[in-house]
Design a protein around this ligand. Sequence first.
Ligand SMILES: *Cc1c(COP(=O)(O)O)cnc(C)c1O
Length: 331
Amino acid sequence: MATTDKHQTFSPDFDKAVPSHLWWNGQIVPWESATVHLSSTFWSGVTAIFEGIMSYWNEDDGELYIWQLDAHLRRLLRSQKLMRQASPYSVAELTEAVCELARTLEVRGDSYIFPYCYPQGGGNFESSTGPGPQPVDISITVRPNPSHLGKGWVRTACVSSYTRISDNVMPPRVKNIANYRNSNLAMAEAKFDGYDTALILNAAGKVAEGPGACLMLLRDGVLVTPSGTESILESISRSAAIELARRELGLEVVERPVDRTELYIADEIFMVGTAAEILTIGSVDHYTIGDGAMGPVTRELEQLFHDVVRGKRSEYAHWSTPAGIRAVARG
Ligand SMILES: *Cc1c(COP(=O)(O)O)cnc(C)c1O
């Protein structure tokens, strides 16, 4: 065991700067052999799309649970369609690819799974505007990424001076790599100005989302979140949080346009997303939110989320795909 944390029992082979293998165009290949020519990188990101998927280690079960794998892979195919990419692999084939890679690496700790679909051979401006679905190359990597659920992290935020991209500019609902130039500008500005993160308004001046996560705020006991047509990414964690808040916490959840100043007077604010998980926002533009720490509703939801993603709540087993590590260990 490389580390001792209950959720971080990576095998020594996997807990390195780079994993030994990745999946590339239908095969598991050694990391070093997955190379492309420099010239193929010039335009490759313009139409490239990806998924970010968390997988959670459950020490008691000796199993890795991949959170919402099916929903993520279905979104991957939707992103491909929108970016006019061909989809050479089905959801079932990609599911097996992810699980097989996790088993090959004997992943025994929380990890980030990154499927990436880019124009075949790198592409160019010409080919990316050609008729019909464009041929693609696909890679899948898995890297260690310890969950921060339960660590009580609190982040400061500002409202960004940048406007969120919109559906008629660069559709923010899918994970298109080029979209992250917008997130990146907002995040860099926030950090230069001494904040941890940015909250970005849409073209209508309403709250959209953070650079890589959606947003929820509590106002007088009601959970409020910008709806799917407010220039947000179609977040899977956001949908899960809405369902858990309604069903398990009995909360009213409203999806609607959100004004900037509603942020300043909210009782609680948190970000929700695969990488952010549940992340408390303690202040916005120096307005303290609640008492500046994780609020009671955020805490309850975070605890619930923690149990669900680690496969400890059988009624939500359909949200988790076991990678089959337990079977590998048994031999
Ligand atoms: C990935 C992402 C999210 C969160 O989506 P999930 O499906 O919950 O991971 C939110 N906003 C942006 C911009 C993202 O890239």
